[in-house]
Design a protein around this ligand. Structure first.
Ligand code: TZP
Ligand code: MG
Length: 228
């Protein structure tokens, strides 16, 4: 059966020294999960396949222990190799229909979207959730196609609601942190279609105390009526 994922506070990992420093990715992720992260995506654009599989397995031990889902960015093969809950794919990655065929109906598949067309196509194609962004410019992803701001997020949410895709979950991503989270959520709020959560990289991966910061961010998410 497909897992019912809680997207409230969605951690996307980063393995680059600029963000991780000399800390072990697993230590940072485990601390953040203890603080309340509800979903983890392993995102590593540079490591070779053997390293990806090894780190993914180590992360999976942590996520399983804490009963949160683990998704893999881009790499369907790595997700299949370790048997985790699913994947997150972008517009330039493997086609959603092929990913679905490879992973099966129970896999959780998320798609990055930055406009209404991409969002409706992903919904029609059977995406479980949309990662809507980039909300704000961020050093974590400099090759991003588009900065859409909260207005762009709102536009996508409205179109998804109007088209009746009630079951497709939504998070926003890009430059979200403890200082702007509530403003983003507030400005993204649409009566018909609240976000299901926020996805962050550096706000947690670079935090001095990821557990405390996750607790704080989750508190802000839960306080906000713009989430469902
Ligand atoms: N997709 C859109 S923006 C982004 C991704 C993976 C990076 C977000 O990183 P941060 O540090 O939360 O701004
Ligand atoms: Mg990708």
């Amino acid at each position: 059966m497909k897992r019912d994922v809680d997207y409230s506070l969605y951690l996307v990992t980063d393995s680059t020294p600029a963000i991780l420093g000399n800390r072990d990715i697993c230590d940072v992720v485990e601390a953040a999960v203890k603080g309340g992260v509800s979903c983890v995506q392993y995102r590593d654009k540079t490591s070779e396949t053997a390293v990806l599989v090894d780190v993914a397995r180590r992360l999976q031990k942590i996520t399983q222990r804490h009963n949160v889902p683990l998704l893999i960015n881009d790499r369907i093969d790595v997700a299949l190799a370790i048997g985790c809950e699913g994947v997150h794919i972008g517009q330039d990655d493997m086609d959603l229909s092929i990913a679905r065929r490879l992973l099966g109906p129970d896999a959780v598949i998320g798609v990055t979207v930055s406009n209404v067309d991409e969002a409706l196509k992903a919904c029609a194609g059977g995406a479980d959730y949309l990662g809507i962004g980039t909300v704000y410019a961020t050093p974590t992803k400099t090759n991003t196609k588009s900065i859409i701001g909260t207005a762009g997020v709102r536009e996508v949410l409205g179109a998804v609601a109007t088209a009746g895709y009630d079951k497709v979950r939504t998070v926003c991503i890009g430059g979200v942190n403890g200082s702007n989270l509530q403003r983003i959520v507030f400005q993204s709020a649409s009566v018909s279609r609240p976000l299901d959560g926020v996805a962050v990289v550096s706000a947690l991966m670079a935090a001095q105390d990821p557990e405390a910061e996750a607790r704080r961010l989750l508190g802000l998410v839960k306080k906000s009526s713009a989430f469902r």
